[in-house]
Write a protein that binds this ligand. Structure first.
Ligand SMILES: [Zn+2]
Length: 75
């Protein structure tokens, strides 16, 4: 006969708790991975779009403007 006994319920709760914790750890790892990769992409994007001014050494985005915002020099 199938009966609910206190130790069985405790064991069931414990198994659910362990599975839940393992799932949370995996989710955290995935989140960290995604954050790292997305920040890498952002760095690459900004690196590609930034241009150093030959006159004053200021970095600015080529996509936004073609002349330096600091000294007005065209590169
Ligand atoms: Zn400049």
């Amino acid at each position: 006969m199938f009966g609910f006994s206190f130790p069985k319920i405790i064991l069931l709760v414990f198994i659910i708790f362990v599975v839940w914790q393992v799932f949370r750890i995996f989710e955290k790892k995935n989140k960290l991975k995604n954050n790292l990769s997305s920040s890498d992409e952002r760095e690459n994007d900004s690196y590609e779009s930034l241009v150093e001014c030959k006159n004053c050494g200021n970095f600015y985005s080529l996509h936004e403007r073609k002349i330096c915002p600091v000294c007005g020099e065209k590169n």
